[in-house]
Design a protein around this ligand. Structure first.
Ligand SMILES: NC(=O)c1ccc[n+]([C@@H]2O[C@H](COP(=O)([O-])OP(=O)(O)OC[C@H]3O[C@@H](n4cnc5c(N)ncnc54)[C@H](O)[C@@H]3O)[C@@H](O)[C@H]2O)c1
Length: 271
């Protein structure tokens, strides 16, 4: 029997019910919000992170019980393989991968050590590639899947004194486009969500400094800092069947912040 449009919209509109969704960095702010969103959409969620306390916090927030949390270091191929085997055994092969595990380290390029450079690149870029390779293989075997990579507006707008962070995020954008091009013909899409300023454990120290929230809000057209839920909603859309013809693209979730550059230009008579 054909469903009418109202029935289709109310019943699993996202098409995520029963899908196996893996979230890296799922013990952190954005990863946790993504995991909970996907679980609320009926997905079976596997959360991986190297922070076991963060994982337990996420486990406690996940609705239902068809979920897995697995400790994993995304820079270590053995650790990813072990986590993927645990997940596949418990839930089946992955349909969705959300790459969100990352680190932010300060540093100027003139004296950044090779060790610091390599550490950030290995988590933020190589970690995304390794997880895409492992879980993408499971998706390609099924002839369908969706990869969503959390990058940053820092990937297209250089952020000084942030060591290799901006470079790693720019790399994520191109990694995603290349995956989209190589695996699209096999039914696997790859897209990016680039957040602006979000309050999470990664950025909490900035907002603990008096006045920073107000100053950052003032330069953002939406006049507020994002919460993890704002990012999770965009990720969930790209992961879902509702985005089934979106491939190799990027959604910027920054409240309009990066669209304000012309406001910096003095224009006598217009100010
Ligand atoms: N918070 C922001 O303002 C902001 C802005 C733009 C982009 N982002 C991006 O959003 C994503 C999520 O960040 P967040 O703000 O939720 O930060 P977060 O620190 O709360 O979460 C990141 C998680 O990644 C995990 N992680 C780090 N290294 C790992 C490794 N080697 N193996 C496994 N897990 C590892 C951490 O344990 C942590 O739980 C990141 O990709 C970050 O770069 C954040």
């Amino acid at each position: 029997m054909t469903q009418n449009i109202t029935e289709q919209l109310s019943h699993d509109w996202l098409g995520l019910a029963g899908r196996v969704c893996v979230v890296t960095g799922g013990g952190g702010g954005i990863g946790r919000a993504v995991a909970v969103n996907l679980a609320n959409a009926g997905a079976h969620v596997a959360v991986i992170d190297r922070d076991e306390r963060g994982l337990e916090k996420t486990r406690a927030e996940l609705p239902g019980n068809r979920h897995v949390v697995a400790p994993c270091d995304v820079t270590d191929t053995n650790s990813i393989t072990a986590a993927s085997e645990t997940i596949e055994k418990a839930l089946g092969p992955a349909n969705v991968l959300v790459n969100a595990a990352a680190i932010l380290r300060p540093g100027t390029l003139d004296n950044l050590s090779l060790a610091e450079w390599n550490m950030v690149i290995s988590v933020n870029l190589t970690g995304y590639f390794l997880c895409a390779q492992t879980f993408g293989r499971q998706m390609r075997k099924q002839g369908r899947g969706s990869l969503v990579h959390v990058a940053s507006i820092a990937g297209s707008h250089a952020q000084g004194k942030s060591g290799a962070y901006s470079v790693s995020k720019a790399g994520v954008v191109m990694l995603s486009r290349q995956l989209a091009s190589e695996w699209g013909p096999e039914g696997v899409r790859s897209n990016v969500v680039s957040p602006g300023m979000v309050i999470t454990p990664m950025s909490q120290a900035f907002y603990d400094t008096p006045g920073v929230t107000e100053r950052r809000s003032a330069v953002t057209p939406m006049r507020r800092i994002a919460m993890p839920q704002d990012i999770a909603d965009a990720v969930t859309f790209l992961a879902s069947d509702r985005a089934s013809y979106i491939n190799g693209d990027e959604i910027i979730v920054d409240g309009g912040f990066t669209r304000t550059i012309m406001n910096l230009v003095p224009r006598p008579g217009h100010d």
